[in-house]
Design a protein around this ligand. Structure first.
Ligand SMILES: Nc1ncnc2c1ncn2[C@@H]1O[C@H](COP(=O)(O)OP(=O)(O)O)[C@@H](O)[C@H]1O
Ligand SMILES: [Mg+2]
Length: 306
């Protein structure tokens, strides 16, 4: 991947706030809604989180991800790995990179670099054998994460239920009375249905896993939405993926020796649809906007909410 000129040049601005930064050559690993992630070339990555991005605030994301990695970092078995946190802090002055055209920054995290590659979902979905293997291994890894983290449930529960947090954030952006009343009902149903909470990653999607073809554990990164709640929350981002979704549910069920609760699964996918609509709204081609709206209506209907 390309060398990132802007962060190499940014380093002098960062050294006052971030101790022990290695000398570049840094490499840009990802640039998303919330900031940038750089491979520092010494077995660690640096995540710079902006104050504003999608729903919620950058400050809360830095705090939540740091807390989650402090608790879960180092989990490692045949199925799943969670990187260790090396350091993190809010920026005293978020305008640190303004001279370079960077938006205001909330904070930074320095994290152990995990092996593996990000997944190009579309490429994998095209090849049935790769898709089935990825899906089954990912499903098992999700169940294995829940199991390996079980002893930390008390601490992780303090970070909240990602489903309830997402619902609250989505409602603010979906002002219409019909959306509000349906999402309120969804919240009531969800609260009534969560009986045995587990530790949740909170945002398991193909951009937040590191995967090595053939064998080895799957790495999970990006714990900014972590917390505790019903296990089906960690399966919710795959409903639109058809056969990949089926393979994930299969791998998850096989590891667990049981099935996900499909009523809760439907509620969780409806929350995901609400968040997507809240973030992306009517952006892009009008047909895309209609598709997001239809998807929310359909997921709510599937969850029994008309
Ligand atoms: N600990 C890590 N080891 C290796 N790669 C990582 C690590 N953390 C993040 N990445 C890579 O950087 C990308 C963005 O990181 P992520 O934490 O998901 O930030 P964002 O909030 O921008 O989604 C990931 O998709 C992944 O490819
Ligand atoms: Mg991510």
């Amino acid at each position: 991947m390309q060398n990132n000129v802007s962060t190499n040049a940014l380093r002098p601005f960062l050294t006052d706030d971030i101790p022990d930064l290695p000398v570049p050559d840094w490499r840009l690993l990802g640039k998303g809604l919330w900031g940038e992630v750089h491979d520092l070339g010494d077995g660690s990555i640096l995540k710079l989180v902006c104050r504003a991005g999608g729903l919620g605030s950058g400050e809360s994301k830095v705090i939540r991800e740091s807390a989650a990695l402090r608790i879960l970092g180092g989990i490692s078995n045949d199925y799943v790995r969670v990187p260790r946190l090396i350091g993190s802090a809010p920026f005293k002055n978020g305008y640190i990179g303004s001279a370079m055209g960077m938006p205001p920054l909330a904070g930074w995290l320095r994290i152990e670099r995990l092996e593996g590659e990000g997944i190009d979902g579309h490429a994998v979905a095209m090849v049935p054998s790769r898709r089935e293997t990825l899906g089954e291994r990912l499903g098992a890894a999700i169940a294995a994460l829940h199991e390996a983290a079980a002893s930390h449930l008390g601490e992780m529960a303090k970070l909240g239920d990602p489903i309830l947090r997402s619902l609250k954030e989505a409602v603010v952006h979906l002002g219409g009375p019909s959306d509000k009343s349906r999402l309120d009902r969804l919240e009531t149903e969800w609260r009534g249905s969560v009986s045995a909470p587990v530790v949740l990653h909170g945002d398991i999607n193909l951009s937040n896993i590191l995967y090595t073809e053939r064998t080895g554990p799957i790495g999970f990164v990006d714990f900014a939405e972590a917390g505790a709640g019903a296990p089906e929350a960690d399966l919710r981002h795959f409903e639109g993926f058809g056969p990949l979704r089926d393979a994930i549910l299969r791998g998850y069920s096989a590891f667990l020796g049981g099935k996900p609760d499909m009523a809760r699964y439907r509620m969780a996918t409806a929350v995901d649809a609400a968040v997507t609509l809240a973030i992306e709204g009517s952006a892009g081609h009008p047909r895309e906007a209609m598709r997001r709206r239809y998807w929310l209506d359909e997921c709510l209907r599937q969850a029994g909410i008309e």
